[in-house]
Design a protein around this ligand. Structure first.
Ligand code: SF4
Length: 71
């Protein structure tokens, strides 16, 4: 199952991902991005959300967003 995750050690909290794909990413109370629980699973996304999440990954200035494959 492929999931989007944010490496918060690398994220600078610019907010771009949450702006591009608000259904998948949010800015936490600490000011860093996080993938929204259960909304970050690629298989469960509609086409539009899937594209937005991919755009967010590609647009992240610090490459903090990763696609993991875990069960
Ligand atoms: S786009 Fe990248 S650096 Fe910016 S908030 Fe999202 S994960 Fe963090």
């Amino acid at each position: 199952m492929e999931k989007y995750v944010v490496n918060q050690n690398v994220c600078i909290g610019c907010g771009a991902c949450a702006a591009i794909a608000p259904d998948v990413f949010e800015i936490s109370d600490e000011g860093l991005a996080q993938a929204i629980e259960s909304k970050n699973i690629v298989e469960k996304m509609d086409e539009e959300t899937r594209e937005a999440a991919q755009d967010a990954l590609e647009g992240c200035p610090t490459s903090a967003i990763e696609l993991t494959d875990e069960n």
